[in-house]
Write a protein that binds this ligand. Structure first.
Ligand SMILES: Nc1ncnc2c1ncn2[C@@H]1O[C@H](COP(=O)(O)OP(=O)(O)OP(=O)(O)O)[C@@H](O)[C@H]1O
Length: 405
């Protein structure tokens, strides 16, 4: 047994105003409403397996992780876990801001019950992994940058070789180098037999790391099982959700097809099945560097013999289109044709986006490029970090400073 959840429910009392809590206590009359954040969670994360948790914002994933870690108690039900548990949830939550990095490391070791040589070993491994300089470790942690703080917190949380690891999006710790290092550390612990409960919005990572997964929806376990089937079910739900939003939207975001194209009202003849991205080093396509090598992979299912086109766009969260193109815009146009699965790959050898948040939209269009057969809008959010460039804006424009006259 790795982690066993037995009929877990977690509800919160929600007060409209802060003073209502006091009024309730004084008058003994209820002034709160009960919000059920999670209910009916009854499953087991098997010993040694890597288990993914996915779901939209507010679904209840963090609540489940905190209950697994013992940070919060369930309102109903019971959780049991195996061995030493490291929770990478609110990293650094137990740190004392006024104390130095060194002292915080020793404090963490003491919390784990380590003394003497074991404490020294813990401190040495945490220090080495954090890659923080001796001078930095002498300074109070309140003077650290957020990246430095997270590095130390991650290093301390994983230095005790936990048997159970609970991870909440912790892979976005620090810069790309440290992210890869953190991921490698998690993989190393997993390969040594640790049970990993891993929550992420990055479906690529969930697919590549987890054997099984659960999709949490509205506080309930909507699907649970082998990762691919759970992630595919969640993606289908997300597509329906975004398509619905688009149908409702008064002014739709312009895609490669006409902005006013109606949403399909009957079952589509062509369905967008899957979109994923890969970086050349395969680290974290949800966070890429400017000018990184990025490949977009689109899978579509066609249920008819007709010709059709596929378009995609890179969109800002405010729905501004950064770039869109389509197989129709190729010279000559290269429509797809025939029933079955089609796979398209588009490579950006040097992605010229600058720092910011972006999303993808994908469209299946008929042969004329006028009718939208299927679409998946504003999906797979990703962050671009432009660490080696000080220029700002959306995209890099090739330019040259001419000599002054
Ligand atoms: N302390 C709290 N008091 C009241 N409601 C809470 C509290 N903590 C969480 N909730 C509510 O419980 C629900 C589940 O929240 P939770 O943080 O578990 O979601 P999540 O799936 O982790 O979301 P995200 O992906 O955005 O992190 C949400 O509706 C949230 O508003």
């Amino acid at each position: 047994m790795g982690i066993r959840f037995e009929d877990i429910e977690k509800s919160y009392r929600v007060y409209a105003r802060a003073q209502d809590r006091l009024w309730e206590w004084l008058t003994r009359r209820q002034r709160h409403r009960v919000h059920v954040a999670l209910t009916g969670a009854d499953f087991e994360v098997r010993s040694g397996e890597t288990f993914g948790l996915i779901g939209e914002n507010g679904a209840g994933k963090s609540t489940l992780l905190k209950i697994a870690a013992g940070t919060i108690a369930p309102t109903r039900g019971r959780v049991t876990r195996e061995g030493r548990v490291a929770a990478l949830l609110e990293l650094g939550a137990g740190f004392h801001p006024e104390e130095s990095g060194h002292d915080n490391i020793r404090f963490m070791a003491a919390l784990h019950g380590l003394e003497g040589a074991a404490m020294e070993d813990f401190a040495a491994r945490t220090t080495a992994f954090s890659e923080l300089s001796p001078e930095t470790l002498e300074r109070p942690v309140k003077t650290y940058s957020s990246g430095m703080f997270m590095r130390l917190a991650f290093a301390a949380a994983t230095a005790m070789d936990p048997e159970t690891l609970i991870v909440d999006e912790a892979l976005s710790v620090g810069d790309l180098h440290f992210q890869k290092k953190s991921l490698d550390r998690i993989l190393q612990l997993r390969d040594r037999g640790a049970t990993v409960l891993f929550c992420s919005h990055n479906l690529y990572q969930v697919r590549s790391l987890c054997q099984r997964a659960a999709w949490v929806h509205g506080g309930r376990i909507q699907a649970l099982g082998e990762t691919e089937s759970v992630v595919t079910a969640y993606e289908a739900h997300e597509r329906r959700r975004y398509a619905h939003l688009r149908a409702d939207a008064p002014a739709a975001a312009p895609g490669p097809g006409p902005a006013s194209a109606p949403a399909p009202t009957t079952a589509p003849l062509v369905k967008i099945a899957c979109l994923s991205t890969q970086t050349r080093d395969g680290i974290n396509p949800a966070q890429v560097e400017s000018f990184q090598d990025l490949t977009l992979d689109i899978r579509v299912e066609s249920y008819c013999a007709d010709r059709f086109h596929i378009g995609f766009s890179i969109v800002r969260p405010d729905k501004d289109n950064v770039f869109c193109t389509s197989t129709q815009f190729q010279n000559p146009p290269r429509p797809l044709c025939g029933a079955g699965t089609h796979r398209l790959r588009v490579r950006f050898a040097r992605l010229p986006l600058l720092s910011g948040e972006y999303l993808w939209s994908v469209y299946a269009l008929d042969d004329s490029g006028l009718q939208v057969l299927d679409m998946a809008e504003l999906i797979q959010p990703f962050t671009v970090l432009s660490q080696n460039h000080r220029e700002a804006g959306l995209v890099w424009l090739d330019h040259e400073w001419l000599p002054t006259q």
